[in-house]
Design a binder for this molecule. Structure first.
Ligand SMILES: [Zn+2]
Length: 315
């Protein structure tokens, strides 16, 4: 098995595999890369590789691998606090005490830090960095290695995740999003900076969109008044919140089109189509109309009347 579920990053994977084969693992790893680069995936695979009792580590089949990959191994501990921007120092201090309790069932005890630690937190960690227990492994995740104190960083083996080639991204996204068209996939790749997670979230946003947005975009691109009317009439009985949500999403598509018109990269295929068929002034007018509609909908105007106004203004 090895590290193959992490896409790309061949050199990093080869180096890790080679050192693990020699039975060597470091106490501290610094995994860096922007959002969507695969930091958590690598942290899980590396934890499994350290603890694995099979061959071609991580084998992904032994009991330790399976527990780690499904997030239930008692000796792999994630240190984070979603309520705060950085991990509070008190949590790092608690962890410091926990480190000296021997592992439950695994050969090691692994701590994953997916959240930024801040200077104070990193200083609290330094004590362990100086004298870690033999079984301790610590994985620090960051979107920017420069945020890590030099005293901490110098003790870590650095694993910097790299962007993927467009070809690899395209074939992966085609499998994961069989319904997405080529234009949407290309737009997501262009916006993702080569990082799979970012492309996935761009495409799944489009996936959760109500179909009426695509209808409205198509109607506006082809100046099809009948289609526009038909779509808006079908929304007249919607609940206020549902309508507001759609108006918000539709505004984002139009704003995206405006970005394209001023030379930016298309966020979605819908935005690039609108940019190609409507002028900047027209897009601006549509955005202003939608903002008016949202204002009305938040006030006391009925959804039917808002749809009527929108239809009048957009045709
Ligand atoms: Zn295994």
């Amino acid at each position: 098995m090895g590290f193959e579920t992490l896409l790309g990053n061949d050199r990093l994977k080869d180096n890790l595999t080679a050192s693990l084969r020699q039975g060597k693992n470091a106490h501290f790893y610094l995994i860096s890369g922007p959002a969507g680069a695969g930091k958590r995936t690598l942290a899980r695979l590396l934890s499994a590789a350290v603890m694995c009792r099979g061959e071609d580590r991580p084998c992904c089949r032994c009991a330790d691998c399976r527990k780690i990959l499904s997030g239930v191994h008692p000796d792999v501990i994630t240190v984070e606090d979603p309520e705060h921007k950085t991990v509070p120092v008190r949590i790092i201090r608690q962890m410091r005490d926990d480190v000296f309790i021997r592992p439950n069932e695994g050969s090691h005890k692994i701590y994953i830090f997916p959240q930024e630690m801040g200077i104070e937190g990193q200083n609290a960690l330094l004590k362990i960095l100086e004298e870690p227990p033999a079984y301790g492994v610590f994985l620090l995740l960051t979107d920017n290695a420069h945020k890590i104190l030099p005293t901490v960083r110098s003790r870590c083996v650095e694993l910097a995740l790299q962007p993927l080639e467009a070809k690899l991204l395209r074939s992966t996204l085609r499998q994961q999003f069989p319904k997405a068209d080529t234009g949407s996939i290309d737009a997501a790749i262009a916006r993702s900076g080569g990082f799979l997670g970012q492309a996935q979230s761009l495409l799944s946003n489009e996936d959760t969109q109500p179909p009426q947005i695509e209808e409205l975009v198509t109607a506006l691109c082809s100046k099809d008044i009948l289609r526009l009317t038909y779509t808006l009439v079908s929304m007249e009985k919607w609940k206020r919140d549902q309508l507001l949500e759609l108006l918000q999403q539709f505004t984002e598509v139009l704003e995206g089109a405006l970005v394209v018109r001023s030379g930016g990269t298309a966020m979605t295929n819908q935005s690039s189509r609108l940019a190609a068929s409507r002028s900047g002034a027209e897009l601006n007018r549509m955005i202003a109309t939608l903002q008016k509609c949202m204002e009305y909908a938040r006030g006391n105007v009925s959804p039917a009347a808002v749809c009527g106004y929108l239809q009048w203004m957009l045709r």
